[in-house]
Ligand binder design. Structure first.
Ligand code: UN1
Length: 510
């Protein structure tokens, strides 16, 4: 091992990938190696969870829930507050591990840990605000109210691209809501998950809740994921990933009438109208399309640019793409690191082939880079394609830095194009005309879960509800009232009078 900061995070040469709070000494699901896309070299090994490990973890989680649900929510929030503090102390190291293991640049890796910290702080406040309503009873001397109770075990399935932030969106809230979590991280980012679990677990132990509150199961989809989907003990499965994966989760969990939160594919557009502030639009689109090497579900994939500014916008965007420094994401000055692995690169190349076949014109980039510093085979040049609305490929999500520029006549066409893809996660509209801006946000405007004016598609704050419509899955995570999904609602009526009264004025018997 060549990276000193891994010691700070407790990562060893061989690491257990299963924990019911404490790590299981030697999980028996086989061994895997985590490889860095930066140089293609192994970082460390992980022992995966087997069926037996799964069962032990689920038993411990079930037992822990019985205790945890009775701890007052503000007290549960104190533990979450301490986790936020612990994350602050290790922000640099954990951010670096995110970069090392999945390739996003250091600023984004640290930004992701900041998102965890912010989410923790948000959840701490929420711990005193798990509000229910009181309703007016139609019966005299009756009180009617709703309460929110802890739900149970929450399965959290996360993707490689936000290996820690999305875990926190779910887990910080679940913890204050009185739930316990079982985390199945992406097989591409096991070490990040182990390091994160260690931080959470350390705090849980300090507070005397050492077993079963935070649990971790690293393993393949079929072994660990599948068991979780079919397990009635798991009340809610919150899953982030592709639409294909989400469909599977929805069907399998739906078969047992379990709950799901799905955060799936995006195909996000930015509208740039003739009256836009072009400088703002350009830098926002650059970040949205090139950031995280185009591997955010909120990445900007389509620019719908009005014809009056199309040429100027395109020329200037190509010029800024030429300035993008591609290389080691741990080095200052790098704007774009590698893609997560060679298979992601192959998918991008296959996508580009289809784009060309369908008449898309590559204006810049798309090549796989080779030579010194690029030996891992995971580095690509971000790509700009001049495309048309009738190309079928633009309806699919290629999880790579490929940006379509599509010319539109006016706001009517821009909205139609924004909404014509099957996904509905995020969208943005650059305009200085308040009528266009308000229309974009109106009922006939963007059909996405996120719609920004003079803002891009990625980089959402944790305070709002995050998620989208249509094939994006409909789930909402992180801020606003997303907490409600992690609890069960109970409507209660108390009769404090001396008579039995039936609702709807029904007289039954005498
Ligand atoms: C994701 O890509 O799965 O809006 C999440 C953003 C981030 C979260 C993205 N805050 O880009």
């Amino acid at each position: 091992m060549t990276y000193d900061f891994l010691k700070e995070l407790g990562i060893e040469d061989v690491n257990s990938g299963a924990a019911y709070g404490p790590f299981i000494d030697k999980p028996s699901g086989g061994e895997m190696v985590s490889v860095s896309p930066i140089d293609g070299k192994p970082i460390a090994k992980v022992l995966k969870a087997s069926k037996e490990d799964y069962e032990l973890v689920l038993q411990k989680a079930s037992a822990a829930f019985k205790t945890w649900r009775m701890v007052p929510a503000p007290k549960r929030a104190e533990l979450v507050r301490a986790i936020s503090d612990e994350l602050r102390a290790h922000k640099k190291a954990l951010g670096k591990l995110v970069s090392l293991e999945m390739g996003k640049i250091l600023a984004e890796g640290e930004g992701e840990v900041q998102e965890m910290i912010d989410m923790g702080d948000f959840a701490v406040g929420q711990g005193r605000m798990l509000y229910g309503l009181t309703m007016q009873s139609e019966r005299a001397k009756h009180r009617m109210m709703e309460q929110w109770h802890p739900l149970g075990i929450v399965g959290v399935i996360t993707a490689f691209n936000f290996p820690v932030a999305v875990y926190s969106w779910n887990t910080m809230l679940a913890a204050v809501c009185g739930d316990v979590t079982v985390w199945k991280p992406s097989s591409l980012t096991p070490l990040t998950a182990i390091a994160t679990h260690k931080i959470f677990q350390r705090v849980a132990e300090r507070f005397g809740y050492g077993e079963g509150i935070f649990n971790l199961l690293i393993g393949s989809g079929p072994s660990v994921g599948e068991m979780m989907l079919n397990d009635k003990r798991v009340a809610l499965v919150s899953a982030t990933g592709s639409t294909a994966m989400g469909l599977k989760v929805a069907v399998q969990v739906g078969k047992r009438l379990g709950r799901t939160i799905l955060e799936l594919g995006g195909n996000n557009a930015v509208i740039v109208l003739d009256d836009a502030d072009l400088n703002m639009a350009l830098s926002t689109v650059l970040f949205g399309a090139v950031g995280t090497a185009g591997q955010r579900c909120t990445s900007t994939r389509r620019v719908l640019v009005q014809k009056g500014v199309a040429k100027q916008f395109t020329d200037r965007l190509v010029a800024s793409y030429k300035q993008v420094r591609i290389g080691n994401p741990l080095e200052a000055g790098t704007i774009m690191g590698p893609m997560v692995d060679q298979s992601a690169v192959a998918d991008m190349q296959a996508g580009l082939k289809t784009i060309r076949e369908q008449g898309g014109q590559v204006l810049y980039g798309g090549e796989v880079l080779s030579g010194p510093g690029y030996e891992s085979g995971c580095y690509v040049r971000p790509c700009i394609v001049k495309a048309r609305r009738d190309m079928p490929i633009i309806r699919e999500e290629i999880f790579a830095p490929v940006l379509y520029i599509i010319e539109v006549a006016d706001m009517d066409e821009a909205l139609e194009a924004n909404n014509e893809v099957p996904q509905g996660l995020s969208s943005g509209c650059f305009t200085l005309n308040m009528r266009h801006a308000e229309r974009f946000l109106s009922a006939e405007g963007s059909d996405c879960g996120i719609a920004n004016v003079n803002g891009g598609t990625s980089g959402a704050e944790i305070g709002g509800a995050f998620g989208g419509e249509k094939e994006t899955g409909g789930g909402r995570e992180s801020g606003s009232d997303a907490w409600k999904q992690y609890m069960r609602r109970q409507t209660s009526t108390v009769n404090w009078g001396t008579e039995v009264q039936l609702a709807q004025g029904i007289k039954f018997g005498d």
